[in-house]
Structure formats: structure tokens, C-alpha cells
Design a protein around this ligand. Structure first.
Ligand code: ZN
Length: 536
């Protein structure tokens, strides 16, 4: 080895060290004193389960436009004010009719007595008190089938679906992400060739077949429509996760919407989803030409816009910790406040709401002094299509339809959302914002002990961060262990406090608080992607 090459190597070593030193100096240090205080208060003094129990046990379910969600709002705003948060207020927006369930019971009374497990669909109309009616199986697939049943359905309860196979619980029920699943989440998927892509629904003229069928039931004088819900195996829609989870059945019922909330609210036949096993039993009896009769009572209330409170039926709740030298810039955190109706909205989404409320409580309790203003948003009417967050983004930041932007668009550093159940945060989806990756990579380095390890490049949808993403603002959803979300709790009657995993939700709040605080303390705003184009 010549002396020259030794010299060269030493030079190389020196310059590498210098580069590292420069890089370290250039990166703004994290405020580890405050981050440690967040951990101590968040892990040691957590109040998340108390928030969840109030929101779910006492005020749940929190369906938009109901007295219950107004009670939950009053409790939440009182609590936010009690913590000393600033600018606690609500922002209302139009929604249509709210809906609540007053009474429900159903029994098969012939050929044998069986109490039926079931739930009316949301926005279902009422029966005329307690009614007893013959049950018939109908098989109407196209409008051509109407003639076969015309005049035969009056005064009947109909079963429109065939028997569904109920499988043993052999599939995955609990999604606690493995190392392999986290590795999959951190990789970009190559999309299928164009020919195999799913097409959007073709534009059509006039009402859909489903709408015409509902109208046919009304015209024929059907008493009620019973169904047994969807299939046993589900993919998490929009979750970014390709894993199939088995739904639990066995008395767990996933219940959807059963009517409109506009001026036609209440005009359809009452609709009830039953436990699949009870539905199947009636189908099998009918196939033997043995008559089935059911006694049924559905009582529901439609809450007219402005009737309950003298104001519009939907709202977002806002609260702030004011910033210091960069106070006119904003970091937002949020979760949707409303729920579906069959459970108490514990994992969808009292867990997210409680974690984000807890972020504010922790920061306030430790006396954090963020440079930027940290703003909490608890969204209304997410379950009807992200209505609250869309309205907020449209009125504060910009219109996704025209891409006409408002001045505040320049001041939002980032928005962080939680809405995937009760499980701990394992990382964050980048929403294809690759410039933000090194920033988050540095933050999660000190969160590995809490299980936060993964940056997922892909864009995920289905909840309120997409309202921000749609106008080119950095809106993020955390990667979360779904636990029983897909299998048991999401939009089901078993979305209850007993399915909340306390230690996971405690972790959620600490991690979200650290992301919010780090975002508020950076010299720069978070990097953004290019603005979306306007579709014309
Ligand atoms: Zn949700």
C-alpha cells in the first residue's frame, strides 16, 4: 500500500466525518425534554378510557342529527374548556334528517317461538306498532321479476336473500401486524395492468334497480324487509392492507343504512338486518313449505334539520393550543365524532376521538409551548361520506372541485387522523408524499420502543385525511393494528367499550401527541406534494 493511497483514504475519512457533522448540525434537534414529558403524562396519567366510556357508554351511539350526539358534543366541549384549551367552538353545516331508534323487538312466532337477534337499518321507517305477519322468500333480480310478485306481497314480511353459508371461525380475526405485514406495508405495490382495473360505476339515467325495488315494496304494501348482511370474509376497504379477515357472525351484525335522509326520509318500508343464523333458519323452514310468522315492532324518530337545537343538524368541534412565534401557522389533528347506530361507536371512533382529545390534554397538562398553533378537529357526519371534514376544508382551505385556494392553505403544516379501531399505531401512511419520509423517519427512530417502525408509501382512503389530501394539503392516516375492527366491531352491534384495548389506545395518544408536537416545532412546514389538477 503506497503512502499516497493511505493519504487519500485519510482524506476520504475526514470528509465523510465532516459531512456527517454538517448533516447533524443542519437537522434541527428534536425537543426531547418535552417529548419525554409527553411520554410520562401520556403513559402514566392517561385518561383515554374515561373519555371513551363517557362518549360510548353514556352518550353512544352518536349518530349525526340525534339528541345523543348533541349530548356528547356538550360533554366534550365542556371537557375541552375545563382543560384550558383555547377557541373551543362548533361549526355547523347542513345535513338533512337525523335518525334515532326508539324501540325494536322481533320474534319468530310460527312454527316455533324464537327471539330474533337483529337491528333496524339506519334511517329505517317504523312499523305500525307491533305487527305479526307471514314471512315469504322473494327472489327479485331484475325489473322483469316484478310481475311475478305483483299483488302477492301485501301485508307480508319479505326475505330477499338466499341462505348464506356460515363458516367456522378459522380465518384471521385479530389483525396485530406481523413483521412480514409491516414489511408489506412499507413496499409500493405495482398496480395491475389497465384492462384488469376495476371500472367505476357507469353513469345511468333515472333511479337504480335497488331504488325501484324499494319503491315496489312500498307500492305492494310490504310490512318489512329482513336481510342477513354481507359475506363472512372482508377486505379492509381503503385500508392499504391486502389481508382478508373473517367476520365473526354468531350474533354480531353489521348493519347499514335503510333509507334516505333528505325530504324522502321515512318513506320506505322498515328494513332490519338479522343475525345470519336466524335468517337462515327461516329460509330453510320456508323451503319445506312450512309457514313462518314473525312478530315485529320498529319505532324510529326522524329529527328535522334545526328542530332539535334550533340550528343545523351536523357539526364539527374545534379547539386549540395557541402557538408562539409561528402562531399563525397550524398543525391539525382529528378524528370523526359521529358513529353508526348499532353499537356504541367505541372503536369507530371513540378510540380516535379520545386519543386526539388526550393529545390536547397531555400537551396542556405538561405546559407545552408549541411554536405553531395545534388545532383539534372532531368531525361530524363522516359516516355519510366525510361530510364534516370536506365542509371544513372547503370553507377554510380550498375547494376541491375548482382548486380555488384560500389564504389559510399556505399556513397548514399537516393534518393527522385516527380512524381504524382500537389498536396501537405502528407507523404512518405517507400518502405518496416521499419528501416527508426522511422527516417522519427521524421522528419514529425514537418511537420504536412503542412499536412504531413503519413508513407506508401508499395512499390510503376511506376517512377524513383524504379531505385534506384532495386539495394538496399534507393529510395523513396512521398505520394501525386493526385488531378486531374488520372481524367484529366495524359498524356492528359489537362496537362496544369491552372491545377497546386500553394499552393500545394509551399508546395512540402518546404517538399522535409526539407527531403533532414535532410538526409544530419544525423550522419549516412539512413538505407537500404537487397540487392536484382540476378534473374538467
Ligand atoms: Zn370510522
Amino acid at each position: 500500500m503506497s503512502s499516497i493511497s493511505l493519504m487519500t483514504r485519510r482524506l476520504v475519512i475526514v470528509s465523510a466525518t465532516t459531512l456527517l457533522l454538517v448533516a447533524t448540525l443542519a437537522a434541527q434537534p428534536l425537543d426531547h425534554t418535552t417529548l419525554a414529558a409527553i411520554r410520562e403524562e401520556g403513559l402514566g396519567g392517561s385518561q383515554v378510557m374515561d373519555h371513551i366510556s363517557w362518549l360510548s357508554d353514556v352518550y353512544g351511539p352518536r349518530v349525526t342529527g340525534t339528541p345523543a350526539i348533541e349530548q356528547a358534543r356538550a360533554w366534550t366541549m365542556e371537557r375541552l374548556r375545563a382543560w384550558g384549551l383555547s377557541n373551543v367552538h362548533e361549526e355547523r353545516f347542513p345535513f338533512g334528517y337525523g335518525w334515532s331508534l326508539d324501540r325494536f323487538h322481533a320474534h319468530m312466532v310460527e312454527p316455533q317461538v324464537m327471539p330474533i337477534i337483529g337491528y333496524p337499518k339506519s334511517w329505517s321507517s317504523s312499523t305500525d306498532g307491533t305487527v305479526t305477519a307471514e314471512v315469504i322468500r322473494v327472489d327479485i333480480r331484475t325489473a322483469a321479476d316484478f310481475d311475478e310478485y305483483r299483488g302477492a306481497l301485501g301485508g307480508k314480511i319479505v326475505l330477499p336473500q338466499p341462505e348464506r353459508e356460515v363458516r367456522m371461525l378459522e380465518g384471521d380475526l385479530v389483525l396485530r401486524m406481523t413483521d412480514a405485514q409491516l414489511a408489506e406495508a412499507s413496499a409500493t405495490q405495482v398496480p395491475p395492468p389497465p384492462g384488469r382495473r376495476r371500472r367505476g360505476r357507469a353513469a345511468r339515467d333515472g333511479p337504480s334497480f335497488a331504488d325501484r325495488l324499494q319503491q315496489f315494496y312500498v307500492e305492494e304494501g310490504v310490512v318489512a324487509v329482513l336481510d342477513r348482511g354481507g359475506d363472512s370474509f372482508m377486505m379492509g376497504a381503503g385500508s392499504g392492507l391486502p389481508y382478508q379477515t373473517q367476520r365473526t357472525d354468531g350474533g354480531t351484525i353489521f348493519v347499514g343504512r335503510g333509507g334516505p335522509r333528505d325530504e324522502n326520509a321515512g318513506n320506505l318500508v322498515p328494513a332490519i338486518t338479522l343475525a345470519v343464523e336466524h335468517y337462515n333458519r327461516m329460509v330453510r323452514i320456508l323451503e319445506k313449505d312450512v309457514p313462518v310468522r314473525v312478530e315485529l315492532n320498529v319505532q324510529t324518530t326522524f329529527h328535522a334539520e334545526a328542530a332539535a337545537t334550533g340550528q343545523m343538524n351536523a357539526f364539527n368541534i374545534l379547539a386549540e393550543i395557541p402557538g408562539t412565534d409561528l402562531a399563525d401557522q397550524i398543525v391539525m389533528i382529528g378524528a370523526h365524532f359521529d358513529t353508526t347506530h348499532a353499537g356504541t361507536g367505541a372503536t369507530d371512533n371513540a378510540t380516535g376521538v379520545a386519543a386526539m382529545m388526550e393529545v390536547m390534554r397531555i400537551l396542556q397538562t405538561i405546559g407545552a409551548r408549541p411554536r405553531r398553533t395545534i388545532r383539534l378537529a372532531l368531525w361530524g357526519a363522516e359516516e355519510q361520506g366525510l361530510l364534516g371534514s370536506r365542509e371544513y376544508v372547503r370553507t377554510h382551505f380550498g375547494d376541491r372541485a375548482t382548486m380555488q385556494l384560500l389564504p389559510a392553505h399556505d399556513t397548514l403544516s399537516g393534518y393527522f387522523n385516527i380512524d381504524n379501531g382500537s389498536g396501537r399505531l405502528r407507523g404512518i401512511w405517507l400518502q405518496e408524499n416521499f419528501a416527508v419520509a426522511p422527516v417522519f423517519e427521524r421522528w419514529i427512530t425514537s418511537l420504536r420502543d412503542l412499536g412504531v417502525t413503519t413508513l407506508g408509501p401508499r395512499s390510503v382512503s376511506g376517512t377524513d385525511h383524504t379531505s385534506f389530501d384532495a386539495v394538496g394539503l399534507p393529510g395523513f392516516q396512521f398505520i394501525q393494528d386493526r385488531l378486531e375492527y374488520n372481524a367484529r366491531t366495524h359498524h356492528s352491534n359489537m362496537d362496544v367499550v369491552d372491545r377497546v384495548q386500553r394499552d393500545d389506545v394509551v399508546q395512540m395518544a402518546v404517538v399522535a401527541a409526539i407527531f403533532a408536537y414535532n410538526t409544530a416545532m419544525r423550522d419549516e412546514l412539512l413538505p407537500r406534494t404537487a397540487l392536484p389538477r382540476v378534473d374538467r
